[in-house]
Design a protein around this ligand. Structure first.
Ligand SMILES: [Zn+2]
Length: 350
């Protein structure tokens, strides 16, 4: 009887202890077209190819709100994907409408209401955005002005900075809610994917989920104001590489250092530490990290990894770490740490 009990326990526990933990892969797009900056564009043909791939390979496309609810459950199903578009470019409507109608996937468009008002010609109109909601769109917040929100003006005190950013967030949401006719899900995409602890706190206090531009799936340890997304435009649009990201798993990083994205302008090297919940499926000896086209060899211990990045460039950069799953062949855990190094004036390019 006792042996049978242990046998049953073994049957129950072993499959779970080896099981990979799933997350939600959020894809990030900007322009849809072939006459816009390639670095932030997919062609309509590429977008359709991505959408067809998700369908053919049984991915479930969920809204960001559904993704949040599924992640709150104990067992997240495999193969969840969310789709996002930043800035609300008019070409998303012009070149994407037929694709959205055909697939009827949920997707989110992050808009800057003030900029839409200033230069309506290049952005979708509210009427077009409302039309897209009939085919799966959620309209969400990308701030009023699309500024580098962490920049402080010379002589600006913290209270004044905070008030300006709070207004940029809250006022944008007010316009969105008014134009859509009801309170919309509180979803925010940081302009340029840039944030710091104070900006994240402002968004948390306003009950927003906030999305960056560092890559990796959204998993149970992801902070609600630091949600990663995979860029899917330009060089990243190629399905040969994109499908690895679409199939990726969230590396269970419980914390990372440095906690702030911005490093000192005169920094020569940056030490990065990832605290990782290891398991039978997550074996740290198998981890690989990449920075600026180089492979970085991390030091591995029982609780995580440490690596040194030398000569970070002025501006944004990110270190990516991947680790093959033992239980799911061909599948990789993924985590990315965003960094930004200012110049001596505390600024960096778009
Ligand atoms: Zn943007």
């Amino acid at each position: 009887m006792r042996a049978l009990g242990f046998g049953l326990l073994w049957l129950i526990l072993v499959p779970f202890s080896h099981a990979a933990e799933h997350g939600v892969v959020v894809l990030q797009y900007h322009h849809v077209g072939d006459d816009t900056p390639r670095v932030t564009s997919v062609t309509a043909a590429e977008l359709e190819q991505h959408f067809a791939y998700l369908k053919e390979h049984d991915y479930k496309v969920v809204s960001l709100t559904e993704a949040k609810e599924l992640l709150a459950q104990e067992q997240v199903p495999d193969k969840l994907v969310s789709i996002t578009f930043d800035d609300g470019w008019r070409n998303v409507y012009d070149n994407g409408l037929e694709i959205f109608k055909k697939y009827r996937y949920p997707f989110t468009i992050f808009v800057n209401p003030y900029l839409m008002e200033q230069t309506p010609r290049i952005y979708m109109s509210w009427e077009q955005l409302r039309e897209l909601t009939e085919y799966g769109a959620t309209i969400a917040n990308h701030s009023q002005f699309h500024e580098h929100m962490t920049w402080r003006d010379i002589g600006q005190d913290e209270a004044a900075w905070q008030q300006r950013q709070l207004t940029a967030i809250v006022e944008a949401q007010r316009v969105i809610d008014d134009e859509l006719g009801s309170p919309q899900p509180r979803l925010f995409a940081y302009p340029y994917g840039e944030y710091d602890a104070k900006l994240a706190k402002l968004l948390a206090e306003q009950d927003f989920l906030a999305f960056g531009q560092h890559s990796g799936p959204w998993g149970r340890y992801t902070k609600a104001t630091e949600i990663p997304r995979f860029p899917a435009s330009a060089n990243y649009a190629n399905l040969d590489t994109l499908k690895t990201k679409i199939g990726s798993l969230p590396l269970p990083v419980t914390a990372h250092e440095p906690a702030e994205m911005e490093v000192a302008s005169d920094v020569e090297e940056v030490n990065v530490r990832l605290h990782i919940a290891v398991s039978d499926d997550v074996q740290l000896q198998r981890i690989n990290c990449f920075y600026q086209g180089d492979v970085i060899q991390p030091n591995v211990d029982d609780e995580g990894i440490e690596l040194t990045l030398s000569q970070p460039p002025i501006g944004r950069s990110r270190v990516n770490c991947t680790l093959p799953s033992r239980s799911l062949s061909g599948r990789f855990y993924w985590y990315s740490v965003p960094l930004v190094r200012p110049n001596e004036q505390g600024r960096w390019p778009d």
